[in-house]
Design a protein around this ligand. Structure first.
Ligand code: SF4
Ligand code: SF4
Length: 333
């Protein structure tokens, strides 16, 4: 498989939703990415991917990216130059009119969020959001744009995830995945390590049926390696999977702040400029260099899963205030 490099690009903070677990913390204003700026950013991202000999995976999001007045133009440039482009946006945007131009641009993926069954999801977002999201998935599934669904899991909703998975696939979703909720202050998603392992096992077992039908495995959380240990086959590379920090991912915010991961508030690397570009932040920035000192991660140093896992550094940071702290859901560290 060819190497992939992901950029999660937030082109605006504006958003019509006010989700309870939003990591923008009430900041819905600030600068917007202009088309002129976007062209420079895209050129630099493609240059980094070329240097790394990696396919360019771009996820454009916000806030709600549709609220940026230059979104259409930015997407036009991105879709003609990047290997893979997805949109992470609110379901309210999945209108017939928008689908028409997104299909013309050959956009392949549109991701919406679903954080539980109707009552739970609506309590996190707004009344009626669940129905709207399911309708968006169905609408997308009738087009050439593949609907993807992301669930943020915590003690509030993780027991509902098997049902959520079944519902979104029945509605036509092509991919479902989840990530743990990482509070901005000190805390974690509230699931004990043994409960989390049971949850991962249950999800893996149920999901096998969907994988047999062609759906991608659900392996976004590094800890899934604990229940898929037979996949530990690579004996050469230092990093062969797991948390993407330091190996395959960057985030860019609308004010040019570069982060190693959007979920990890302690991972700010500095500002993107044409001098301090993506190559600088990824390869030369001393903070990123420090993040690659994986042996410093508490409890992971001697773990046989280190190169496949390293825990979720965002979850560890939220739980401990330390990037190198223990992953709060790992039963081994
Ligand atoms: S810190 Fe967690 S959310 Fe961020 S890249 Fe690593 S595993 Fe993914
Ligand atoms: S000890 Fe670290 S590397 Fe090993 S499974 Fe736990 S989080 Fe992953």
């Amino acid at each position: 498989m060819s190497k992939r490099f992901y950029l999660q690009w937030h082109i605006t903070n504006q958003c019509g939703n006010r989700c309870r677990h939003c990591y923008q913390q009430g900041n819905y204003g600030g600068p917007e990415v202009t088309l002129e700026r976007a062209a420079l950013i895209l050129e630099d991202f493609l240059s980094l991917c070329s240097r790394l000999k990696a396919d360019s995976y771009l996820a454009i999001t916000g806030g709600d990216p549709f609220r940026n007045s230059a979104f259409r133009s930015i997407l036009t440039v991105a879709s003609s130059s990047c290997f893979w482009v997805s949109i992470l946006a609110n379901p309210e945007n999945v209108t017939e009119e928008n689908l028409e131009w997104l299909e013309k641009l050959k956009i392949r993926f549109f991701q919406v969020s679903l954080d539980g069954l109707e009552k739970t999801h609506d309590s996190i977002r707004y009344p009626g959001s669940f129905k709207r999201t399911m309708e968006a998935i169905k609408r997308l599934s009738r087009t050439s744009i593949k609907p993807m669904v992301m669930s943020t899991v915590s003690s509030l909703n993780y027991r509902e995830m098997p049902a959520v998975m079944r519902e979104v696939y029945a509605a036509g979703a092509k991919r479902w995945s989840f990530a743990r909720w990482t509070p901005v202050g000190i805390g974690d998603c509230g699931i004990k390590p043994d409960e989390y392992m049971c949850f991962l096992r249950e999800i893996s077992k149920i999901h096998k049926k969907f994988e047999a039908e062609g759906h991608d495995p659900v392996d976004k959380d590094p800890l899934t390696i604990l229940i898929n240990a037979n996949e530990c086959s690579d004996s050469s590379q230092m990093v062969a999977g797991g948390c993407g920090i330091g190996s395959s991912v960057l985030t860019l915010l609308p004010d040019d702040t570069v982060m190693a991961c959007r979920r990890h508030p302690g991972s700010v690397l500095g500002k993107w400029t044409t001098e301090n570009n993506f190559l600088y932040h990824f390869a030369l920035n001393p903070k990123m260099d420090e993040f690659r000192q994986f042996e410093k991660i508490e409890g992971c140093g001697k773990c046989k899963f280190l190169k496949y896992c390293r825990g979720c550094r965002a979850a560890a940071y939220s739980a401990t205030g330390n990037h190198f702290g223990r992953d709060p859901q790992c039963p081994l560290c």
